[in-house]
Design a protein around this ligand. Structure first.
Ligand SMILES: *Cc1c(COP(=O)(O)O)cnc(C)c1O
Length: 377
């Protein structure tokens, strides 16, 4: 509900953050209950909520250890440090570089803009942080060619969100795993956007049937509360001894309570089936929309409920036209409009959203004088 009383259908979900929508009763209750207890104690002390959340994340993933942060970029910073420190601790301090991919987005800190390598985010902030070698998206041969004596690992999003909802083919992730095994490198995945059920699996790397060594998550795990985590195998994290890294607010009781409450819902049997069913439904409906509007949209892409509509008119126009229809969406690279409904979205909301997309695209076509096939017939 906007200030003026207008109601919006939210298919942006705070850019994949509001995984359970707004004011989910279970999250509200968890936060309220914790708010009446401790808010902050610092990670000088062990807290049961944090230990429980870490244990659950480890049990549900490839990892052995977890470091909690307040954001995705911090989870990436921790992941990058884990990779570098691993080689330092194992007598190869010269191995500190990570291979990354064009179109990547890893956050807005100095290290993560360098890792992402996008000029529009690097511009004006001085020399980029050293230690990242970028290769074309999904180009396995280029990864092999980029490996040198300073390489520590590969950092990759299994599905690029910001970069245009581009799915890394599972065969490519498998090839990266093989290369890392062969060369003794670490496979680091950025699942800040794709993790926690968003793609229909708890983590997107599962689609490829491989296990990474290090993973950054954030966004959806907090359901709207600032929370991120770096998850790693104990071998990869063997350089991260006490005192090597830290965070004042990371792992605070409020965030831990909400993170556990999100997992209560997402790990419930059948929850991911729901995500997959809704994905199938919206993709079918969107395919019909693409057929009906061949002058404005070209294709549907993505996985689970991290979907994109590639526009043939500027995506900013599409996002604006959909907002006129009271439907919230987000732009992405490659002229894509991202559709990221809360994972609890239902059939009626999908039907309503698709109708609004149809109306929004028709409005654009009228405005620019394009005739849709439907109108021409
Ligand atoms: C959003 C995002 C980040 C950065 O997260 P922040 O919480 O904004 O720091 C990093 N990686 C990916 C893939 C993201 O989508």
């Amino acid at each position: 509900m906007a200030e003026n009383g207008d109601r919006y259908l939210d298919f942006a979900a705070g850019v994949a953050v509001n995984s359970l929508g707004h004011s989910h009763p279970h999250l509200v209750q968890a936060l309220k209950e914790q708010a009446e207890k401790l808010w902050h104690v610092s990670n000088l002390y062990r807290i049961p909520e944090g230990e429980r959340l870490a244990r659950r994340l480890v049990e549900a993933s490839f990892g052995d250890v977890v470091f909690f942060t307040n954001s995705g970029a911090e989870a990436l910073e921790a992941s990058i440090k884990v990779a570098r420190k691993h080689f330092h601790a194992n007598g190869q301090p010269e191995r500190y570089r990570l291979i990354t991919f064009e179109g990547a987005f890893h956050g807005r800190t100095l290290a993560t803009i360098a890792a992402g390598g996008q000029a529009k985010y690097l511009e004006g902030f001085g020399p980029p942080t050293e230690g990242f070698d970028q290769v074309p998206f999904a180009d396995v041969a280029a990864v092999e060619a980029a490996i040198g004596p300073h390489t520590a690992g590969v950092l990759v999003e299994p599905l690029q969100g910001e970069g245009g909802v581009r799915v890394l083919p599972p065969s490519v992730l498998r090839a990266l795993r093989e290369i890392c095994d062969r060369e003794g490198l670490l496979l680091v995945v950025d699942e800040v956007q794709s993790g926690v059920g968003r793609t229909g699996k708890l983590f997107a790397y599962e689609h490829a049937g491989v296990r990474p060594d290090v993973m950054a998550i954030a966004k959806g795990i907090g359901g709207g509360f600032p929370l991120g985590a770096c998850i790693a195998t104990s071998e990869a994290a063997d350089g991260m001894t006490a005192g090597v890294h830290g965070s004042t607010f990371g792992g605070n009781p409020l965030a831990m309570a909400v993170g556990n409450a999100v997992l209560d819902v997402v790990l419930e049997p059948g929850f991911l089936d729901h995500v997959n069913q809704m994905s199938l439904l919206i993709r079918q409906r969107l395919a019909a929309v693409v057929d009906a509007h061949p002058m404005t949209v070209a294709e549907v892409r993505g996985e689970g409920l991290l979907l994109g509509l590639r526009g043939l008119v500027p995506n900013t126009d599409v996002v604006a036209a959909l907002r006129e229809q009271k439907l919230l969406t987000v732009g992405a690279g490659d002229n894509v409009v991202r559709l990221l409904p809360p994972l609890v979205v239902g059939e009626t909301e999908i039907a309503e959203a698709v109708e609004r997309i149809d109306r929004g695209l028709s409005a654009i076509e009228r405005a620019v004088g394009l005739l849709t096939r439907g109108a021409a017939e």
